[in-house]
Design a binder for this molecule. Structure first.
Ligand SMILES: Nc1ncnc2c1ncn2[C@@H]1O[C@H](COP(=O)(O)OP(=O)(O)OP(=O)(O)O)[C@@H](O)[C@H]1O
Length: 489
C-alpha cells in the first residue's frame, strides 16, 4: 500500500463514520502541481476523542491541538505509513514553539483561513474527487503567485517564521510574491529574531537544498532576512571582487553565482525516480517526485550552506595592495565564524563538523595537481570529499576559472586503487615497541614521518618503514641539541 492509498482510506473511514474529512494543505498543493507529496495531512470535523475508536493504531502527538497521527501498515520501503489527522480549527498566535499556543475547533472554512498562504490553504475530497478552495489557492497556483491568506501584515505578525516560509515556498514552487504580501513580509522580517533557532534552521535547510537555491538566497536578501538571520553576510553586499582596476561586482554577487553553479552538472541528469509505473494523483495527473526528493542526494544541506558561507571570512581579513585585493587566511576565519553560526542555529554536531570542514578547506584543492601526495591523499579519502569537490567546482565555475584541479582529483579518485590511496599504516606503535623504542614524543614524530613517506610512495612495506625509522633516529641523534635557554637574571 502507498501512503496515498492509506491517506485515502483514512478519509473514507472518517466519512463512513459520518464526519467531514478532507486532504489538507501541502499535499493538495503538491498534487495540483503534479508533484508527489512528501506526506498527506487530513483535516476533519472529528475530535481527537472521536478518532480513538476509529483507528486502533495511532499516536497522540498533539491531541490537545486536535492532531493525532494515524499509523497504517508498512509501506514499500519498510517504514510505517502515517497520516496526520487534525480537527478543523482556528489557531491562536504562534509565540514560538512548533505549534500555535492555543487552538479553537471550528469549520473547514475557518481552518483554511488560519493557514499561511493561499496555495497552502486548499482542501481536497479524494472520495468525491473534489477540490474545496475557500481562499483562491487554485487561481494563485495557476498564476504562480504566493499570497498570504487575508491581511498579510496580520498573518506575518501572528507567526514571525512565515516571512522565511514565504521565501521558501516562492523558491520551491517558482512563485512570484504578490506585492502586498511582499511589502508586509519585508516590514515584518526583523521580527524573525524571536523565532526559535530550530524552526529557522529547518526552513533554511529546505530552501537551500532546493535546486532553485540561488533564487532562494536572493529572496532572503530581497525580503530583508539576511540581516536578522545571517548578519555575517551583510558586509558581503558591498565587498568588491576582482581587481581594483577591473572590479567584477561584489562578494555577494559571487556567492549567488556559486549557488547557481552548485549541482548544475548533476541536475542535468535524470533524477533518481523510483522503479515501476508513475503514481497518479487526482484529476488523473501523473505525480513526479518533488524536486527536493529528486535532488536531495545531489546537494546536501552542509554543502549548500557551505556554498553560502565559504567566503564569509573575507570581509574580516580584507586588505589591499597597489593592484590587488587580499583576503589572507579567510578560510580559517570563515570556518570559525561558520562554527558560531552553526551553534546559533543549533545544527547537529555532525552537520556542523562537515559544514566547517568544507568552509575551511574550500581552497585546499586549488593546487591539487602540484601538491604532495601526502597532503592530498588524506583529503581525498575524507568522507566529505564529494561535497568538497562539488564546492570547488561551483566556486571555480562562478569565477570563470579552470576546473583542472577538480578534474585532477576526480581522476585520482577514479584511477588510484584504494589500497594505494589509503593504505593501512606500514608501521604502527606496536612495531616500534617491538624494536625496543619507548612511547614518548618521538614516537608520534616517527609514525607521522613513516606515514608521510608511505603516502608519497617512498615506503611500501613494514621493513622499508622500519629502515626509515632507523635512518631518522640516526639523523636526529646527530642534530645539535636545542639551544639552552638564556639564564634568567
Ligand atoms: N507557520 C504556519 N502558519 C500557517 N499555516 C501553516 C504554518 N505551517 C504550516 N502551515 C499549514 O500546514 C500545512 C503543512 O505544513 P508543512 O510545514 O508540513 O508544509 P508543507 O506545505 O506541507 O510543505 P512540506 O512539503 O515542506 O512539508 C501547510 O501547507 C499550511 O497549510
Amino acid at each position: 500500500m502507498t501512503e496515498r492509498e492509506f491517506a485515502l482510506g483514512v478519509v473514507r473511514t472518517l466519512q463512513n463514520a459520518g464526519y467531514t474529512a478532507l486532504w489538507a494543505g501541502g499535499c493538495v498543493r503538491d498534487e495540483l502541481l503534479g508533484l508527489a507529496p512528501q506526506d498527506y495531512d487530513v483535516a476533519t470535523s472529528a475530535r481527537p476523542e472521536q478518532l480513538r475508536p476509529l483507528f486502533r493504531r495511532r499516536n497522540e502527538i498533539g491531541a490537545h491541538f486536535g492532531v493525532v497521527q494515524v499509523i497504517g501498515p508498512r509501506g514499500d520501503d519498510g517504514e510505517w505509513l502515517t497520516v496526520e489527522v487534525a480537527t478543523f480549527r482556528t489557531d491562536g498566535a504562534y509565540i514560538d514553539g512548533r505549534r500555535p499556543d492555543a487552538v479553537t475547533f471550528s469549520t473547514p472554512e475557518e481552518d483554511a483561513k488560519r493557514r499561511d498562504f493561499t496555495v497552502n490553504g486548499m482542501f481536497f475530497d479524494p472520495v468525491k474527487n473534489e477540490l474545496i478552495d475557500y481562499v483562491g489557492g487554485r487561481a494563485d497556483l495557476d498564476a504562480k503567485v504566493l499570497r498570504a491568506i487575508g491581511d498579510p501584515v496580520a498573518r506575518f505578525t501572528e507567526d514571525k517564521l512565515r516571512v522565511l516560509r514565504a521565501a521558501r515556498m516562492a523558491t520551491r514552487f517558482a512563485l512570484a510574491i504578490d506585492p502586498a504580501t511582499h511589502a508586509a513580509a519585508e516590514r515584518m522580517a526583523p521580527e524573525i529574531r524571536v523565532v526559535s533557532a530550530e524552526r529557522i534552521a529547518e526552513e533554511l535547510r529546505k530552501l537551500l537544498v532546493h535546486p532553485n537555491r540561488a533564487r532562494g538566497l536572493r529572496l532572503l536578501r530581497e525580503l530583508e532576512l539576511i540581516g536578522p538571520i545571517l548578519p555575517e553576510l551583510v558586509p558581503t553586499f558591498t565587498l568588491p571582487q576582482g581587481l581594483p582596476a577591473a572590479p567584477t561586482g561584489t562578494l555577494w554577487d559571487h556567492i549567488v553565482r556559486v549557488m547557481e553553479c552548485l549541482g548544475e552538472a548533476r541536475n542535468a541528469e535524470p533524477g533518481t525516480r523510483s522503479e515501476g509505473p508513475e503514481p497518479t494523483g487526482f484529476f488523473g495527473l501523473p505525480l513526479r517526485a518533488p524536486h527536493s526528493a529528486l535532488h536531495a542526494s545531489s546537494v546536501s544541506f552542509p554543502l549548500a550552506f557551505a556554498a553560502v558561507l565559504h567566503d564569509v571570512g573575507k570581509p574580516r581579513v580584507f586588505g589591499r595592495t597597489a593592484d590587488r585585493y587580499t583576503f589572507h587566511g579567510h578560510e580559517r576565519v570563515g570556518a570559525e565564524m561558520t562554527s558560531r553560526i552553526a551553534d546559533r542555529l543549533k545544527l547537529s554536531n555532525t552537520e556542523t563538523a562537515r559544514l566547517c570542514w568544507l568552509v575551511d578547506k574550500h581552497q585546499y584543492l586549488a593546487d591539487a595537481p602540484t601538491m604532495r601526495m601526502s597532503r592530498l591523499k588524506p583529503i581525498l579519502v575524507h568522507p566529505g570529499i564529494g561535497e568538497l569537490l562539488a564546492l570547488h567546482r561551483a566556486d571555480a565555475r562562478a569565477s570563470g576559472k579552470s576546473l583542472e584541479h577538480v578534474e585532477f582529483c576526480e581522476r585520482v579518485l577514479r584511477e588510484m586503487p584504494p589500497e594505494e590511496l589509503n593504505p593501512p599504516p606500514a608501521v604502527t606503535g606496536e612495531h616500534l615497541i617491538a624494536v625496543g623504542l619507548k612511547p614518548g614524543p618521538q614516537f608520534k614524530r616517527l609514525l607521522d614521518a613513516v606515514r608521510e613517506a608511505q603516502l608519497e610512495g617512498r615506503v611500501r612495506t613494514k621493513e622499508e618503514g622500519l629502515e626509515l625509522v632507523e635512518e631518522l633516529l640516526r639523523e636526529w641523534a646527530q642534530e645539535p641539541p636545542p639551544a639552552p635557554e638564556a639564564p634568567s637574571e
